[in-house]
Structure formats: C-alpha cells, structure tokens
Design a binder for this molecule. Structure first.
Ligand code: ZN
Length: 451
C-alpha cells in the first residue's frame, strides 16, 4: 500500500510510504489509482469539443493547427507553454516513455551503448568545427556571468531557435531526439556499421507498423559522403520526395536539385517514372567520414602501429516528432490512433453508470482489473473508467476517441448465469461478448511495452 498526496487538485506524482507532509491524504490500494477519476484532467470528465479547442487556442496559436496538435490539445495530452514549447501531460508522457524503451531495445540489439551529454555546451567546441556559424541563428546561444559564449547543444534534448514554430510537437523550439554515433577504423567497416543501423531503424519502424520510406538525401550542413532520410508519408509533410513507380527507390527533392545526376543514373537502371509525394522527416543517417574526427582527433591505433582518423557515422531519430507524426497520419479528425504498441494504456474497463446495479458492476470491474494487472506484461496498462455520472455509451465513445486499444464493458450480461463482458478491439473495429477467462486469455497474448 502506498500513500498518494493530493494537493489542490493537481495529481501529485509524490508517492510516499510513511507519514505524509501535506494537506489531504488519501490511501489507495495498487489497482485503485489507475482510475480515470484519479487521473490528470484529460480523463476526468468528457473532453472539450473541437470548436472549444479552436476557440481557446486561437490566442495562443495564431497559425492553423494540424490534426494531431488539435487532438492532443482536445484530449489533454499536451498544453502549450510558450511559442514552440509544450507541457507533455501524463498520457502522452507514458506513450513517449514506451517509444524510448522501443528505441533503447533496438539500439541495444545492435550493440550500442547509452550515454547522456550536457545540454549546456561551451562555444569553443562548436567553433572548432565551424558549426557555431553554420548553424546560424537556429542554434540557441547564451552567455554566462563571465560573458563566456555557450549554447544549448542540439544533442539529446534539443533546442532550436525556430523562426516559425508550428504543428505542435512536429516543429517546436524544444524537442527530444535519440542520437547515435559510430566510430570505425576503416571506411569499409564504417559502411557495415552504417548499414546495420539503417536496417535496425527500418525494422523498428516496421514493428510500429509505420509506413516510413528510406530516402537518399543531401548531407547538407552535416557533411559526409552518404546520407538517408526516413520519411513518413503525409500530406502535411514539408519535404518533397521523388519515388520511383517501379522499384520504389526514393530520393529527396533537395538531392535531385543539387545533384541532378542522382536522378538520372537511377533512371537508367529502371524503367519506372518519378512521382512526387510529401513526407515528414522522422530520422536521418549520415556516413560522415573523417570530417569531425580529424578536428577533434578521434583516432584509432591499428595493429601495425599506424594511427588513423576514425570513420564516423551519425544518426538521429526525432522521438517526439515520430510520435506526433504517427498520430497525425493514423488518426481521424475525432479519434486518436497511436501506433498500437505505444498507446498510453492498452486496456480500459468501463463499469456501470450510477443506479444500474452499480456497486456490483464496480466490484466485478475492480477484481478483473486486479487480475489483469497482476500479469507482468500488463503492469500499469489496465485502467478503470469510473466516471459513473456518464452513461456507458458516452464513456465508450470517449475511450474510443482516446484510442485505448481494448475496452471491456461490465454491462447487464455479467448478471447472467455465465457472466459475459462486452470486449471491444478498437483498432480492428470488432465487438464481441466474452467470458472472464476468455478475456484474460486474449489479453495475455498482446504485445506491450512495460513502463
Ligand atoms: Zn526505379
């Protein structure tokens, strides 16, 4: 048993075992705090309508909002802080945590090790590689009390002095990225590393069921000999991609413009035509060569005692951007759809409205929740919708809007000789009546990411 401290309606994250320090103290058993009535505003009552969101966000976001941003504001997943910065509220935070676990797992599978780097970086290292100037005014620069130049380094959690932040988490001034660097003693080995990472990225996108295309790209300001972008096809995407109708080879418009030969030589080998489509860049990979290792003296000592500059590769996945753009592409105007594996909670149990054998329904719902939560892969995944003033039908619609993949309704049929629950597979659009054992067995087979 834990104590949860509630302060002025803010859902407190402080969980304490002993004597509480603050005002109202309430005690709950484990399962009971996964209740919508105890969760952050988005789920407390019904979400505001789109018109209300449009109206209330007009002063804060002068530009037209894209679909995912509207949905996230409406459902209480984000809240605007200042231009291009957002509070990530509990449900979205959970989903982001899951994405980070999936990324970590993918990186560990190819032998990558995790480190953290400070955001605050001295200008000297950025000046050494000329990037202080190349990055221009997008690099957020500041001075400390000794008037020393510093910047908020675009590595890990990134800061970008974006001129026109827009589309919520898609183009903000602060966002999360997963960076990766590889170091090899020869170009040949570096290419092997490069291909291994590209393959791992594609495999991960497949695991998330996202239609992401690997596109040959310009190395731009990073430099290097080879680079690819990973683009999620979407009409709100700002990048134009040329895609071959026959073989599916894709190149970025930028590359086609700056190196027309890249377009020609592919066409010689293949009878297909180029079609134009737009995408959102989710990830980028670069084979950098020795551009940075020369400057910073990252060297390897070979067996023959020869010292060589390391061949570098650099890779990045836009973490918050990936999730936001997936929501953009998968959702309808009213219903959020997550990459199913990343939905903040996989299961929501809805018990009866006040008055209709309410007590009995609630106690069955609680015991089912308890049983499901005891499975290790469902840890924290099963919530109980106890907004008893709302009808089951109303709550069902709201839960479908939130995109929880599996809904269980404790309705009238649980009173029958063989009690049955209505089981909704939201992503498949299937509804059926199942016994408790069937539900437990069905949910014991689903994939989850435990956070
Ligand atoms: Zn082709």
């Amino acid at each position: 048993m834990v104590d949860i401290i509630k302060v002025k309606g803010l859902y407190s994250m402080c969980v304490r075992r002993h004597a509480p320090l603050l005002t109202t103290i309430e005690r709950y058993y484990h399962a009971k705090h996964l209740r919508t009535s105890r969760m952050f505003p988005g789920l407390v009552s019904s979400p505001p309508t789109r018109q209300q969101v449009d109206k209330s966000s007009r002063s804060q976001f002068p530009e037209t909002l894209c679909k995912s941003q509207k949905l996230m504001l409406q459902m209480g997943l984000i809240q605007g802080a200042a231009a291009g910065t957002f509070y990530t509220l509990p449900l979205l935070t959970r989903s982001l945590e899951k994405l980070k676990r999936v990324i970590d797992r993918t990186m560990q599978n190819i032998g990558a090790q995790k480190v953290t780097t400070p955001c605050l970086a001295p200008a000297s290292i950025w000046k050494a590689s000329d990037r202080w100037d190349v990055m221009g005014s997008e690099l957020l620069k500041l001075k400390d009390r000794q008037e020393k130049d510093l910047c908020l380094a675009p590595i890990g959690r990134k800061f970008r002095d974006e001129m026109r932040p827009k589309n919520g988490l898609l183009r903000g001034r602060e966002f999360e990225m997963k960076d990766l660097y590889t170091f090899d003693a020869s170009l040949k080995e570096a290419e092997v590393s490069y291909n291994e990472v590209c393959e791992a990225y594609l495999q991960m996108f497949k695991e998330l069921h996202l239609d992401i295309v690997k596109v040959e790209a310009d190395s731009g300001a990073m430099g290097g000999s080879k680079s690819h972008e990973y683009q999620l096809i979407s009409e709100i995407g700002e990048d134009t991609i040329l895609r071959c109708t026959k073989c599916g080879t894709s190149i970025s418009q930028e590359l086609a413009d700056s190196h027309p030969e890249s377009k020609k030589c592919l066409q010689e080998n293949c009878p297909g035509n180029w079609t134009e489509t737009t995408g959102i860049e989710i990830a980028h990979t670069f084979l950098l060569g020795t551009k940075y290792s020369k400057i910073f003296k990252a060297q390897a000592l070979l067996a023959n005692n020869k010292v060589v500059d390391m061949q570098m590769g650099c890779y990045g996945i836009g973490v918050s951007r990936l999730l936001a753009s997936a929501i953009e592409v998968l959702s309808t105007e009213e219903y959020i759809r997550w990459p199913q594996l990343l939905a903040p909670h996989q299961v929501c149990i809805i018990s009866q409205q006040t008055g209709h054998f309410f007590e009995e329904s609630l106690s069955i719902a609680e015991s089912l929740q308890e049983e499901l939560l005891s499975k290790s892969h469902l840890h924290n995944e099963v919530i109980l919708d106890d907004r008893h003033k709302l009808s089951i039908g109303k709550r069902l619609i709201i839960c479908e809007q939130f995109g929880f993949p599996y809904l269980i309704i404790v309705g009238k049929k649980v009173q029958e000789a063989t009690p049955l629950f209505e089981f909704v597979d939201v992503y498949k659009g299937e509804k059926q009546f199942l016994s408790r054992e069937q539900i437990v067995s069905r949910l014991s087979q689903i994939d989850t990411v435990v956070v």
